[in-house]
Design a protein around this ligand. Structure first.
Ligand code: SF4
Length: 248
């Protein structure tokens, strides 16, 4: 609950808190069914990188409504295998509204004309190529669905099923409590194809210049921006706290 600033002491419901109470502890499939067909019908999109674990959530969303908008951030630096995998999953799942989110070409020409910004200012590069375009794309929706999970990194360890961003839009994380074993079981049960780079040791897949394979025992995201302190795409505010923007 929060105080309504437009009134004198009137208490109005906080949407994030309301949906958190409604969704917490429920199976991911039920959360998605309610969110897509009822709670945010016509006002919700899935944000997907078509990365190592993306097939699970894409499959679940397709079971509810194959026409759900899917926002795919194409930074211009992705692996060709990711493009091929995206096309394969679109075909396999029958997705009908996958939208390619690209950087603003003018901003790109000004900010990274040689395509080398990632080597000197990766956070600026992420903002230019991913964060800003995705902020524009998601502004058309009241809520987005993400595939983020608590186990992925310490910065995600206390993530809730529902979060609010600085603009008041909700992020719904139906898989927040899932483990790698849960994901593997779901992939197997539904005969979902793996991203081609998984077999080569890539556990988390982002842009080609900033992603390497991991070795046994390493953190799942150890191959992202290896050798630097950077672990996520950027920094912004959520629920009044400074947090790092997920790279997915
Ligand atoms: S992951 Fe690397 S190449 Fe991709 S947007 Fe971020 S810094 Fe740029």
């Amino acid at each position: 609950m929060r105080l309504d600033p437009a009134s004198s002491g009137t208490v109005t419901p906080d949407p994030a808190a309301l949906y958190q109470a409604q969704y917490a502890g429920r199976p991911a499939e039920g959360i998605l069914a309610d969110a897509i067909t009822h709670d945010f019908a016509g006002r919700i999109a899935l944000v997907s990188s078509f990365g190592a674990e993306a097939a699970v959530l894409l499959h679940m969303v397709a079971q509810v409504d194959r026409a759900t908008p899917v926002l795919f951030g194409d930074t211009g630096m992705l692996f060709p295998e990711t493009h091929a995998y995206r096309d394969r999953l679109i075909d396999r799942l029958g997705l009908t509204d996958v939208r390619i989110v690209r950087p603003n070409p003018v901003a790109l020409e000004t900010g990274d004309p040689a395509g080398t910004l990632n080597a000197v200012e990766p956070t600026s590069c992420c903002f230019l190529r991913k964060v800003a375009p995705m902020q524009r794309a998601t502004s058309a929706f009241a809520a987005t669905i993400t595939g983020r999970k608590r186990y992925q990194s310490p910065t995600r360890a206390d993530m809730d099923v529902v979060e609010a961003d600085a603009r008041g839009r909700l992020k719904i994380n139906p898989l927040y409590g899932w483990s790698t074993q849960d994901l593997a079981t779901y992939m197997r049960r539904n005969v979902l194809p793996a991203h081609p780079l998984v077999a080569r040791g890539f556990a988390s897949i982002g842009c080609a210049p900033c992603t390497t394979a991991v070795t046994a025992g390493e953190d799942q995201r150890a191959g992202r921006w290896r050798g630097s302190d950077k672990t996520e795409c950027g920094i912004h505010f959520e629920n009044g706290r400074i947090i790092r923007t997920p790279a997915n």
